[in-house]
Design a protein. Structure first.
Length: 474
């Protein structure tokens, strides 16, 4: 065991390791190249019975664990959406781990609750969310969306579902493009997947509001009880923005909870020029975005905002004898704002990030990513063998390889898949794909905290090189 006497030395070794890691991060393959079970099979069958040294553990971390790591902080991680971090966030997280608190209720660490309250107000105001919204940090957007669906369910059923079980006629609506977490939430909430109604999208992949209203009316005529709509601000595939204002008016009219999933794109609301994305937000009931994706705060940290926190608390509150306190009712006990009882002190890392960057610094970083994305998209667009399928929006664009003489969609799809696989195998860059109108396209997202133009120049050179190799082969 490590005692306090040895701890500082171990800590300095660890910090030195972190420094080297970030200095040399581009020397690691972005995407881990291991095969299934390769890591598992290197680990001892039985737990060690005797104490092992810090040095021995670190040595195995480097030898066994590191090869199985995909380097999300590598500047050429362009896959999925980023989950970026920053040195500020790392420092905050170290303090959180050191304090080791469990902030389930105000009394178990008043500062954890009150810092969270204040930071959520800062974020709310910095994003241009309505002032009556209150915030709470959840572990993930999936949890926040589940919490929204459960609250909507209780309101719609006069808090009877919590008592007697869920009636079979509740309905939830979203577009065909929304994140799979909505389906998961509907399943867990006992509403049932068949009661999740997926509404068609227009050519911009946005939910068609008129179709939504029609579906709601038909459902009401058929004895269903519409309870929640989940609208997307920035879908995972193509960053589509649903028409919040029109959807909000429909929700008002039929008294349906409106939850907005802005898990990724929400960070951009810190830039006033993107506030149009949430026009109509004052009529929404809840909103979620993930600082752990594009706001330099390491996973997990999901910011959930809700207009009427009383309904949320009424949905989740429990009060066993051992949790009764004198401060109840005077303060926020966040255990009643989420699924689990226990909770991490996540506000601390966010506090470090917001204070050290400043709102202006955060804005500058995001604008830089957006600018880099525009420039690279432009380069791709100008190349005769490539085409932009989705023009740059925020810090993402979609493109595909299309050398002349390959007109068939099927053939192009498999060529682009090969190109992506080869790039990912090279270890230099990590990309993922999506399908747009049957075309396999490569997504390119630029969101790593310390990414620079030179990294993107490298990435483009790699793409051209791999494409050239494939062309020669075929
Ligand atoms: C990433 C993402 C989610 C899921 O986020 P988690 O925090 O991993 O649960 C949900 N919705 C959208 C639009 C996303 O981009």
């Amino acid at each position: 065991m490590i005692d306090l006497k040895d701890f500082p030395e171990n800590t300095s070794q660890l910090i030195e390791w972190i420094k080297q890691y970030y200095q040399n991060i581009t020397s690691y393959p972005v995407k881990s190249q291991v095969k299934p079970k390769e890591i598992y099979n290197q680990l001892p069958e039985k737990a060690p019975q005797d104490s092992e040294s810090f040095e021995a553990i670190m040595a195995d971390f480097e030898k066994i664990i590191l090869p199985g790591i995909t380097h999300w902080q590598h500047p050429n991680f362009h896959a999925y959406f980023p989950a970026n971090t920053s040195f500020e966030s790392i420092l905050g997280e170290i303090l959180t781990a050191s304090l080791g608190i469990q902030g389930m209720i105000w009394e178990t660490s008043p500062a954890a609750t009150e810092l969270e309250e204040k930071i959520m107000e800062w974020l709310r105001d910095s994003l241009g969310l309505p002032s009556q919204f209150q915030g709470v940090i959840q572990d993930s957007a999936s949890s926040a969306t589940l919490v929204a669906i459960l609250t909507a369910r209780e309101i719609k059923t006069n808090f009877e579902s919590n008592e007697n079980g869920v009636p079979p006629n509740l309905r939830v609506y979203c577009s065909s493009q929304v994140h799979s977490s909505v389906e998961k939430g509907v399943k867990i909430a006992g509403i049932g997947r068949k009661n999740l109604v997926k509404i068609a999208v227009n050519e911009k992949m946005q939910l068609k509001a008129a179709d939504l209203e029609k579906a709601i009316q038909e459902d009401i005529n058929n004895g269903f009880n519409p309870c929640c709509v989940v609208a997307a601000v920035g879908t995972t595939g193509t960053l589509a923005i649903d028409p919040i204002k029109e959807i909000a008016e429909i929700c008002r009219k039929y008294k349906i909870w409106l939850h907005i999933d802005a898990a990724y794109a929400g960070s951009a609301l810190i830039l006033p020029e993107y506030r149009w994305m949430i026009e109509g937000i004052e009529k929404a009931d809840s909103f979620v975005f993930n600082p752990h994706k594009w706001l330099f705060t390491n996973f997990d940290c999901s910011a959930y905002f809700i207009k009427n926190s009383k309904s949320l608390i009424k949905t989740f509150d429990i009060l066993p004898e051992y949790l009764k306190t004198g401060s109840r009712g005077l303060v926020n006990d966040y255990r009643d704002w989420q699924v689990s009882l226990g909770r991490r002190f996540r506000a601390l890392k966010l506090w470090f990030v917001i204070r050290s960057f400043g709102i202006k610094g955060l804005q500058q970083q995001l604008r830089n990513h957006i600018q880099l994305s525009k420039e690279l998209a432009n380069t791709v667009d100008q190349h005769p063998d490539f085409e932009l399928i989705m023009p740059p929006f925020l810090n993402m664009f979609c493109f595909r390889w299309r050398p002349s003489g390959f007109p068939e969609v099927e053939e192009l799809n498999s060529m682009n898949k090969d190109l992506m696989d080869n790039l990912n195998k090279s270890g230099e860059i990590y990309l993922t794909h999506t399908k747009v109108n049957g075309q396999l396209v490569l997504r390119f997202v630029i969101g790593q905290t310390y990414v620079k133009k030179e990294h993107l120049d490298n990435a483009w050179a790699m793409i051209l090189k791999e494409a050239e190799k494939l062309k020669v082969k075929s």
